[in-house]
Design a protein around this ligand. Structure first.
Ligand code: MLT
Length: 392
């Protein structure tokens, strides 16, 4: 028996496990200090009431033989797939309900989607980026090429005709930088993918945070149905980080090697995934009702206000940052030339505030630091006050 030696090429820990470990060690040695977490992008507000009601009703259904449900459909219940297709329609994008696959979140799908692609493909991944894309492809043994998307590139990787790739990960609004593509920029990627017969894996997990006139879905770009799979999640949109529900859209037009990628993904999911529970799909469906949208929007506005609070403080301190407008993340430059991990330690030890070192998202993230807007108003206000005192 041999282990998958690719694991030896991974950094020792998943980024957020490292951050959690260092935070725990600090708390053990400083029990008096109240640590404020602006690190992992985990929501703090409770679920929208209409979502909880739907989940409770879903549980009630399981109480009675007449309404009991066993295994869910591998690709999700039709009612939820239809609601998601209608949601896309609300921002002018047409997808078919049958193209939607319900899952337990975008993280799993971002990693698992690789099952339908050969190991021989070259994968293009922006740097900095959500670490799951990199780690999942290292595990699979694929060749990775990085597209720099640092300050010089306005934090948005753009295609380089000299670089050839078969699979391209894009995330907009971006985790970690908060930068979001406009339609013209996305069109360049779609054109590049069509010219190179490549597939774009478009992570739209933060689309609900978009407040400017920017694409909510890659399918708003002409040609994208022939080259893109879109992955999305209710984690941030509706506070489902613990509940777990997301979806992936695989258009019927995507045919490679004579096979529909839709059919390959169905085959993969039917083999390795047993679907999302009835009660959770009922809850997810409530997110897409008018009242669900209204209530979820209140939570998103709340997080936006936290982002504004962080941004105001960095403005006052004259610290460069980006993000926060169409994203829950603020991507700031580390002060005084500190590296990302140096600033992580400095902030933790002197202000008991936890953020995420930019370097953890890729080498182009070094010298940057990510703060999330997902804490409460009170804790965010306290954290920025501590940062202000420390850096003034
Ligand atoms: C993050 O903080 O980047 C995210 O919460 C991680 C995730 O969505 O898995």
């Amino acid at each position: 028996m041999k282990i998958n030696e690719q694991f030896e090429k991974l950094v020792p820990n998943y980024l957020f496990a490292d951050v959690a470990g260092k935070t725990k060690a600090f708390m053990e040695t400083h029990p008096q200090q109240e640590v404020i977490r602006l690190g992992i992008g985990d929501v703090t507000l409770p679920l929208a009431p209409v979502v909880v009601d739907a989940m409770q009703q879903g549980c009630e259904d399981l109480r009675f033989q007449k309404t009991f449900k066993g295994y869910p459909e591998y690709e999700g219940y039709d009612f939820l797939r239809e609601s998601i297709a209608d949601y896309y329609k609300s921002f002018g994008v047409k997808i078919e309900p049958e193209e939607v696959f319900i899952s337990d979140g975008a993280k799993s799908d971002c990693g698992n989607i690789g099952d339908i692609f050969s190991k021989e493909n070259t994968v293009l991944i922006p740097d900095p980026v959500y670490p799951v894309y990199v780690d999942a492809n290292i595990m699979a043994g694929r060749k990775i090429v990085y597209a720099p998307s640092g300050q010089q590139e306005n934090f948005l990787a753009m295609p380089d005709p000299k670089v050839k790739a078969d699979i391209i990960y894009l995330c907009s609004p971006n985790n970690p930088t908060g930068a979001a593509y406009n339609a013209a920029q996305l069109k360049e990627w779609v054109d590049y993918a069509l010219e190179n017969d490549a597939i774009i894996l478009y992570d739209a997990a933060y689309e609900a945070f978009i407040r400017e006139d920017l694409p909510r879905s890659i399918y708003s770009i002409e040609g994208a149905r022939n080259c893109a799979i879109e992955l999305c999640s209710l984690s941030k949109t509706a506070g489902f980080t613990g509940v777990r529900c997301g979806y992936t859209v695989v258009p019927f037009e995507l045919v490679r090697g004579g096979k529909r990628l839709h059919d390959l993904w169905y085959r993969r999911q039917a083999t390795k995934f047993n679907g999302v529970s009835w009660a959770v799909q009922c809850a997810a469906n409530a997110v897409f009702t008018p009242e669900g949208q209204r209530q979820c929007r209140l939570n998103l506005d709340y997080y936006h206000e936290n982002a504004r609070m962080i941004a105001r403080t960095l403005d006052d301190l004259d610290i460069y940052y980006t993000g926060g407008k169409n994203s829950p993340y603020i991507w700031m430059k580390c002060p005084n030339g500190m590296s990302s991990w140096q600033f992580f330690d400095y902030l933790l030890e002197n202000a008991a505030v936890v953020g995420t070192p930019g370097e953890g998202f890729g080498s182009c993230g070094n010298g940057f630091f990510r703060l999330t807007s997902f804490n409460s108003h009170e804790k965010t206000a306290e954290a920025v006050e501590r940062i202000r005192r420390l850096l003034s």
